[in-house]
Design a protein around this ligand. Structure first.
Ligand code: CS2
Ligand code: MG
Length: 405
């Protein structure tokens, strides 16, 4: 079974996505997600200029050999662009293999390890009252785990918040020729977040699992202070409490708080976890299939994490396409070290282009029983939604110093 074509499609049904379509000589079409928010065209070029020409003629069944060919053969290893491109190839080849076998992908990954795939939803608000309304909406959808993000008085809306009244959907990438800019202040944030958790716990009780994404913005000791201050409200986790590059800094956080810690959505290979995992500095691995070398890449990370009782929490924002989400779900339902799946919820327009076989009901997913990944990409529909340049915001401290967004 040889590859006869590899096509890259950049489209924007509501937001930008990069999709790879790999076709074999017996007519099977595998799909892969290579979306990298704000840098989509870089990955599209990597795929169409450097990978697609080398894919044609290769054995579509040689998934591991192809992964190593593009990982080691490029000489320049790792990084979000390279690993998103390799991920798209990998997922497309797993899709083809499972289609050829006539079974859903998860059956090739070891079959079911659980009846359902628990998900967490996103709640946000410009203030605590609006956040509480959003938590209520997620509970009505059946989520029993909800991420809470809130505007900080005196600051710009901040991470995870739709600053536009009546525009409930939060989409981090903003269309335009240049990134928008936000201001942020650690002090007001650290003083306010404990009040938010106190209010949400008072209104919704102790049962609901509450997650919070710090989004890389604190120093290690500030993160330790936040963790300690939230212990009375027992969060399910604090995510990305500090910048992820210096894994050692998580030792400081770990020494001061028992709040579970999640990290890794900006990582793209097992090597990025070589300190965090063996030193038990985190409790959840946040990598996405799309950004960590595909099914092959993420499974390696989860097998390593499982040795240290660290579990998966696959990254599932709206900038991971339904193809990337579907691939996560096939790993989620089969891998022993599953923790929870993020579900930010794509807008309806997205499904004009992506016909998905997975389903979501009462806070949990099923991967679906279609042969392969279970996602059909409609190229003619995609053509109606051309790419729109968009960037993630740039964050600054109040004095203008560039900070982590
Ligand atoms: C966030 C992401 O969902 C999350 O945990 O960190 O939504 C992140 O902001 C986006 O993926 C950036 O494009
Ligand atoms: Mg995050």
């Amino acid at each position: 079974m040889n590859i006869v074509s590899a096509e890259v499609v950049v489209c924007s049904p509501g937001r930008n996505f990069v999709t790879l379509l790999v076709t074999t000589d017996d007519g099977l079409v595998g799909v892969g997600d290579a979306t990298l928010n704000g840098r989509e065209l870089a990955v599209a070029s990597y795929l169409q200029d450097h990978i697609a020409p080398l894919l044609v003629g290769r054995d579509a069944q040689a998934i591991e050999g192809t992964w190593q060919y593009f990982y080691r053969g490029a000489y320049w290893r790792r990084g979000p662009v390279t690993m998103a491109a390799i991920a798209a190839v990998d997922v497309a080849l797993w899709d083809i293999k499972a289609q050829a076998a006539g079974m859903p992908l998860y059956q090739l990954l070891g079959g079911r390890s659980r009846e359902t795939i628990r998900a967490y939803g996103h709640a946000h608000g410009r203030d605590i009252a609006e956040l509480a309304d959003s938590v209520r909406e997620r509970k009505e959808q059946g989520f029993d785990a909800v991420r809470v993000q809130v505007g900080i008085p005196g600051n710009d809306p901040g991470y995870g918040i739709s600053g536009t009244p009546g525009k409930p959907r939060y989409e981090p990438a903003i269309a335009g020729p240049r990134p928008t800019e936000e201001r942020w202040d650690a002090g007001s944030y650290l003083r306010f977040i404990p009040k938010v958790f106190e209010n949400i716990r008072q209104e919704f009780g102790d049962e609901l699992d509450l997650l919070h994404d710090v989004h890389h913005r604190l120093t290690p000791i500030e993160a330790a202070r936040l963790g300690k201050s939230l212990e009375p409200y027992h969060p399910f986790w604090l995510e990305d409490v500090t910048v992820a590059e210096n894994q050692q800094s998580m030792r400081t956080v770990r020494e001061h708080t028992t709040v579970p810690l999640a990290m890794g959505e900006t990582y793209n290979s097992l090597v990025d976890y070589l300190q965090l995992i063996p030193e038990q500095l985190i409790d959840y691995v946040r990598s996405a299939v799309t950004h960590s070398g595909g099914v092959t890449g993420l499974r390696r990370i989860l097998d390593f994490a499982a040795v240290y009782q660290i579990r998966s929490a696959a990254h599932g924002p709206t900038d991971i396409s339904p193809i990337g989400l579907a691939a996560s779900l096939h790993i989620d339902v089969s891998h022993h070290a599953f923790g929870i799946q993020e579900y930010m919820q794509h807008e309806e327009t997205v499904f004009d282009v992506f016909d998905v076989g997975y389903s979501f009901d009462r806070g949990a997913f099923q991967p679906g029983e279609r042969a392969g990944l279970g996602v059909v990409f409609d190229q003619s529909a995609a053509a109606k939604h051309p790419y729109k340049q968009a960037y993630l915001p740039v964050n600054r401290l109040r004095d203008g110093t560039v900070h982590d967004w």
